[in-house]
Design a protein around this ligand. Structure first.
Ligand code: F6R
Length: 255
């Protein structure tokens, strides 16, 4: 695991965007695994800037998002499909048919999860997976207790995650109770992982994920089993780490 501690959120976002841009330049048909939530928004803004100002080309890029709420139409402003269109896809030259978000309205959810896994394989697997982390150590919607071998499936959201996410809804009652999410096993199959964390509210989760034991009670700790993980934090999210971590990665190029 490579841990990089940046001064602030802007620097974290710039580094993550540079790493993704390096990959896209060297492999135009890159398959990106993407996340929603507040953490990756700065990275997406920087990728949009690179597209507009430096001509970063997404024409051949394929994406798979980690998760989606069950029951929200894609027109709902809190659906993850809406979020991705609004925060990234509508502002770059990606082909919409190359962007994949789990189908929260699927009639046969189990079949659609199996199909999602099949499509990732058909596209050659995910080259780099961007992740945030929940205050309880979740990645995707893989809450504490999720199997470390899990694949894309429906999960019940914990009370804590529904409370965390209620800030985006009119009331907690409107927060969906279920979500479709890539499993921890799915995430471990990706070629490379970039996990971003900022703010003190993530400090305990980052400490458990990086320096704690591998346990289903902190799903992000499973990343210790992945051979190519870069964790990029700001000073606040790194404040409970005991190790000494650098501000620059060993290498920038993701090949
Ligand atoms: C989002 C996702 C979640 C978030 C996590 C952190 O697609 O999979 O695991 O990354 O809940 O959310 P923020 O970034 O809003 O703190």
């Amino acid at each position: 695991m490579e841990v990089i501690v940046k001064e602030n959120y802007e620097q974290m976002s710039r580094l993550a965007a540079e790493m993704i841009a390096d990959l896209v330049r060297s492999k135009p048909r890159s398959v990106l695994g993407l996340a929603t939530g507040s953490t990756p928004v700065g990275t997406y803004k920087e990728l949009i800037r690179m597209h507009k100002e430096d001509g970063l080309d997404f024409d051949q890029v394929v994406t798979f998002n980690l998760d989606e709420y069950v029951g929200l139409p894609t027109t709902h402003t809190e659906s993850y499909r809406y979020f991705m269109n609004d925060n990234l896809f509508n502002h770059i030259n990606i082909r919409k048919e190359n962007t994949h978000v789990p189908d929260g309205l699927a009639k046969d959810v189990t079949a659609s999860c199996t199909e999602y896994e099949r499509m990732m394989v058909e596209h050659g697997g995910i080259d780099v997976q961007l992740l945030g982390i929940g205050g309880n150590g979740h990645i995707g919607f893989d809450e504490p207790g999720s199997s470390l071998a899990s694949r894309t499936r429906v999960k019940t959201l914990t009370k804590e995650t529904r409370e965390d996410n209620s800030r985006f809804f009119a009331s907690i009652d409107e927060v969906p109770k279920y979500a479709i999410t890539m499993g921890i096993g799915t995430i471990l199959d990706t070629r490379r992982v970039i996990l971003l964390a900022n703010k003190e509210s993530k400090a305990d989760a980052i400490s458990a994920a990086v320096e704690g034991p591998i346990t289903a009670m902190c799903p992000a700790s499973a990343l210790q089993l992945h051979p190519a993980v870069t964790i990029i934090t700001d000073k606040a999210a790194a404040s409970k780490l005991t190790g000494n971590y650098p501000a620059e990665p060993h290498r920038l190029i993701l090949k």
